[in-house]
Design a protein around this ligand. Sequence first.
Ligand SMILES: [Zn+2]
Length: 167
Amino acid sequence: MSLASIKRSIRVGTLLKLVRHDWLKPLVVNGNLGQTVVKPKIHVGLVRPVALVQSTQIALQGDNGLSYLPWPTSKNIRETAKGFEIDLVGFGEFKYVMEYEIVAPKLTHDSTICPHCQANLVGDPIPEEHREDFGGATHFQRQIGIERDHDRIEAYQCPDCKTIDEL
Ligand SMILES: [Zn+2]
C-alpha cells in the first residue's frame, strides 16, 4: 500500500499506538553529579489520538501538547499488518524503524458518536430534577450497556449498527 492510502486511513481522532521505535532509548547523561538518565516522553505502547492532519504532516495529542510527525518520502514509509512504519535513517532500508498501529476506536460510555456507523448517540434530555441521579448529565446516552454474569457493564452496543465493543 502506498503513502497516499496510509494517509487516507488517518483522520482527526484516529488513535495511533507506537509499537516499535528503534532509536527510543533512555539517554544517559554524564554530568558533574554523576549519571542522570533522561527518559523519553514517549514510549512503546503509548496510544495517542491524531489532533491535526495536514498534507505534509500530522500531529499527535500528548500530555505535553502536540507532537508533529512529518510525512517522509514515499520510499521511507510502508504499510504493516495493522498500520505503518517509517524508516528512521531515510534510505528506505527499514533497518531502524518507528512503527505505528492504527487502533480501532471503541464504543465507550462516553462516546457521543458511534465509531462504527457514526450514529449520534446523544439521547433525550434528562429532566432537570433527575440530572443529579445521572451524575449531572444533561442527556441520556443511546449506547446499551451490557451486563453478563457480573454486576457491572462489560461491553457497550450501538443501538443502530448493533456492534458490540468489549471494555
Ligand atoms: Zn453504530
